[in-house]
Design a protein. Structure first.
Length: 292
């Protein structure tokens, strides 16, 4: 009996040990490519061709305080001759035809603040090679601006849709709902002053600036907001990466909100008939760093 009992205990220990060893799994995390945004009011202000630009005569502008942003498309391109779509397309957001034409589906958009991860994908998904430029199609901006009405200054929040076409159900600005349920072309905006409960929306009749310093060799589609920027040093993928890499997309918001002046005082006064002429971002500088 004692021999049988000993054998039973020994078998149980052996069985437990084998089971414990089989259940142990070593998880090896793949190195990731992480994309983040930065908003810089001091970064050089560019025009559509990527050249330094000043505020047009008769207009005024301010650098808004950004809350969040979204993009619909992200591509790394090898050089200035690479045409749109022929580089490494890392992200293409959801689209829909619910509003009739093909449009960005805002209900599925990734909206992030400064320093938050917009995208995280395995580095192995990026083809091996050397990349000189980044192209990002911005679709949505949410920021605070200074507004004057009846001699009083307020802080308002604006939602600016700069994608080529946007299908919007209901979106909110500072907690205020705007019901759309339709397509809105590039330039649609909604505005709220929370302190006084004021809300309004409209469509910009101006031109959205989209800086592209390689427009001569690699133009962007008309009506898109595909901002192009150059790495200081090429982003090289060898296929042997073992650590995460963070890419920062620094966007110039240097006087990026521009309007036509009626009262020449540098104050945005919608009630005086001052209309927005530009809500585009004023340049892109991409950079990268290796992180653990």
């Amino acid at each position: 009996m004692r021999i049988k009992l000993f054998a039973l205990v020994a078998f149980s220990i052996l069985n437990f040990s084998c089971t414990d060893e089989d259940d142990t799994q070593i998880v090896v995390e793949e190195p990731q490519l992480i994309i983040k945004f930065k908003f810089d009011p001091t970064q050089i202000r560019l025009n559509n061709l990527g050249q330094p630009s000043t505020v047009s005569a008769g207009n005024a502008a301010q650098s808004p305080m950004f809350n969040s942003i979204s993009a619909h498309y992200l591509e790394f391109t090898p050089n200035a001759l690479t045409q749109v779509g022929q580089g490494a397309v890392l992200y293409s957001g959801p689209s829909t035809t619910l509003g009739g034409a093909n449009a960005i589906d805002f209900s599925q958009a990734i909206v992030v603040g400064e320093g938050e991860a917009f995208l995280s994908i395995p580095l192995k998904n990026l083809p091996q090679g050397s990349y000189e430029y980044v192209r990002v199609s911005l679709s949505y901006q949410n920021y605070n601006i200074n507004v004057r009405a009846s001699g009083t200054d307020y802080v308002g929040t604006i939602a600016s849709f700069v994608g080529y076409n946007n299908y919007i159900t209901t979106h909110t600005v500072s907690g205020n709902p705007f019901v759309v349920n339709d397509d809105k072309l590039q330039g649609y905006w909604a505005f709220a002053i929370p302190s006084v409960g004021y809300t309004t929306s409209g469509q910009s009749t101006g031109v959205t600036t989209v800086p592209n310093p390689i427009a001569a060799t690699s133009p962007i589609p008309s009506g898109s907001c595909l901002v192009t920027g150059k790495f200081a040093n090429n982003f090289v993928v060898t296929g042997n990466e073992t650590k995460n890499v963070e890419v920062q997309l620094s966007l110039s918001i240097n006087n990026s909100f521009e309007w036509h002046e009626v009262n020449v005082d540098g104050k945005f006064e919608p009630a005086a008939g001052e209309n927005v002429v530009d809500m585009g971002l004023r340049g892109l500088i991409p950079s990268f760093r290796v992180i653990n």
